[in-house]
Design a protein around this ligand. Structure first.
Ligand SMILES: [Fe+2]
Length: 277
């Protein structure tokens, strides 16, 4: 008799996250791919506790779910994520921005669909990854506040995130970040599915048409709402965990840790399929 593999999961909390308990063989078998993607879209974040994928298995799993996004100009699809400059010299400075709530790819037309992060070495202390569900945050927003947001546009710029970790940058540093460009995006993303999510994060520079004070207050208020306990989840890593998140319906951030503690993560990404709209 043929055995049918089913996805086995439980919710983490009411508005975000599910843990998936299928084993490695079932996950790599391919039969669960569409169920995994549907659960990801519904829950924002999927945790595969202690699944222990090797780097090669993570690449196979990523391929199974879609098209892996290239991480560098050389076409590689795997990145070693570390704040330690000895491990990752170019990225160590840039990754400081990842300590603040953000969506990946606000500077591109089509942001990546999802990221998969696995833990090789957890931080000795701290180093959780935080997630919040921006679909759920929009859905539960009071109607009067929805009316304030609908139709608004926001300028996103990588250089806006510099203020979070280098508030007195050298002019050369500021100019280099400004050269990465900026992009006007809707505050509320109207997805092809009919669902809506908020587009926020540390790249959000200003709300178009509002003065600086009101713009800052609107963005801070929405961030506070979306990243509050109802819509967020902080994953405490153990070696072997894999976490995957829907970059089009969540924000994420790394939580502080000692850059020299040896924390090492492996990241792959799924190519985007939907433009900001
Ligand atoms: Fe990120």
């Amino acid at each position: 008799m043929r055995t049918i593999t089913r996805l086995v999961s439980e919710p983490i909390n009411a508005r975000i996250g599910s843990r998936v308990f299928n084993d490695k063989l079932e996950l790599l078998g391919g039969a669960l791919a569409s169920d995994i993607l549907a659960l990801l879209e519904a829950r924002g974040v999927l945790v595969f506790p202690g699944i222990g994928f090797t780097e090669a298995e993570q690449v196979v799993f990523t391929h199974m779910l879609g098209t892996p996004a290239a991480e560098g100009r050389d076409g590689r699809v795997v990145t070693r994520v570390s704040l330690d400059a000895r491990e990752n010299p170019e990225a160590a400075a840039f990754l400081k921005g990842s300590l603040y709530w953000h969506i990946d790819g606000t500077n591109s037309d089509v942001p990546i669909r999802a990221s998969l992060l696995s833990c090789k070495v957890p931080a000795a202390r701290g180093g959780n990854t935080g997630f919040c569900n921006t679909y759920a945050a929009w859905e539960d927003l009071p109607l009067a506040e929805k009316a304030v947001c609908d139709g608004r546009r926001v300028v996103h710029a990588p250089w806006a995130s510099l203020a979070y970790y280098d508030p007195e940058p050298r002019l050369q540093t500021l100019r280099a970040m400004q050269a990465l460009g900026e992009k006007e995006l809707p505050l509320v993303w109207n997805h092809a599915s009919g669902r809506k999510s908020l587009i926020l994060g540390c790249t959000a520079r200003n709300v178009v048409g509002l003065d600086y004070k009101e713009s800052a207050a609107l963005l801070a208020g929405l961030r506070e709402w979306a990243t509050g306990p109802t819509f967020s989840y902080s994953h405490a890593w153990r070696a072997g965990d894999l976490v995957m998140w829907d970059n089009t319906g969540t924000m994420h951030r790394a939580e502080a840790y000692d850059p020299l503690c040896g924390r090492l993560m492996i990241r792959t990404k799924l190519e985007g399929e939907e433009a900001f709209a």
